[in-house]
Design a protein around this ligand. Sequence first.
Ligand code: ADP
Length: 384
Amino acid sequence: MSLGNEKSLNDPRQWLSERELYRYQVREATQYAMFMLDPAGILLSWNAGVGHILGYSEEDWVGKHASMIFTPAEQAHEVCRAELLFAAEQGCATDIRWHLRKDGSELFAHGFMTAIRAADGTLLGFSKILSDETKNKQLQDSLTESNEALEQFAYIASHDLQEPLRTIGTFAELLATEYQKNLDQDAAGYLELIVSGAKRMSTLIQDLLAYARVQTEVNRPASYALDQDLETALTQLQVLIDESGAVVTHDALPTLPADQGQMVRLFQNLIGNALKYRKPDVRPEIHISAQQQGPFWVITVHDNGIGFDEKHARDIFLPFKRLHGQQEYPGTGVGLAICRRIVEWHGGRIWAESRLGEGSKFHFSLPLEGKVIPEYTRPVTTGL
Ligand code: ADP
């Protein structure tokens, strides 16, 4: 039996007329509202999706002006006309915005409108498809809200904790210096622990503040050469580089839309770690490379340091997760969590490869075109 025969036997178009196909694909489809409009925006056709999503029966719908589903009410006509104008000029228009159902409730819908023209170019009208995205929008909003609340909480908590901590630190230091003669050895030792504990907590709070502050604004960042950001980070690490005798080399890095301050911090944290987690008695060699992979640049920071067991390659990006002792390698465990937040905010990913004793590679990807910002409703223009 030939494959070609099977295919044609199973092809429903053999059994269905154009009219029946229209019925199944459009008229009876409930998940998408699909309808036609005349050039002035009068609704000409209806499908089951209009009933399901917008709540209109065919009688309530056909012959009315499409502006009845637009919101806010006082601008509905204007917004609707602007969309028709845009589709007429460009051939099609997409929009994601709130609409009104027949019962007055609001619906967040993704719409796609196509202009229909006769062979001589005369505008005959428009076809429009709407999908209901209300649940997705509500979920997205609640996630954004809880993220913002969490950020706010981390910010306020860390900010407000600093004040009493400063008091503890200052007075413990005063006690240690001014009452030194009256203290026995144990008391002096306890005070020293209080002072160093307060200092450590203050560093933790500073890092937590930096973590909470990673910006979340929605503006597309300006374009920056990563080379410049790397140079700035290296200047800030110069003392450590000189002290350790490290050799830092790098490929030419790309220019892409990214927040400059955050890129500097990213390089500073990763290269700072490569310097800190170096092998004793081995000169640190650090190389930063860049490779284009599909729609992303992947930047790698490669070191010849102490490395770590790869089973921890994911956990180390969690706040406060540390693999090495505080005495040996001081730190708070927040640096890589900040790196992750920065990279993910820019629409990329960060990951690590390593082996104990064999150095580490930290990779992060950034989209060539910058962070993808969802396309929202265009500004309203008037006149058709
Ligand atoms: P911190 O350095 O303050 O501890 P990070 O969040 O920067 O915090 O790093 C988390 C942990 O990941 C570190 O404590 C260390 O155990 C491990 N780590 C990070 N970078 C490296 C590196 N280049 N080589 C080996 N281990 C590393």
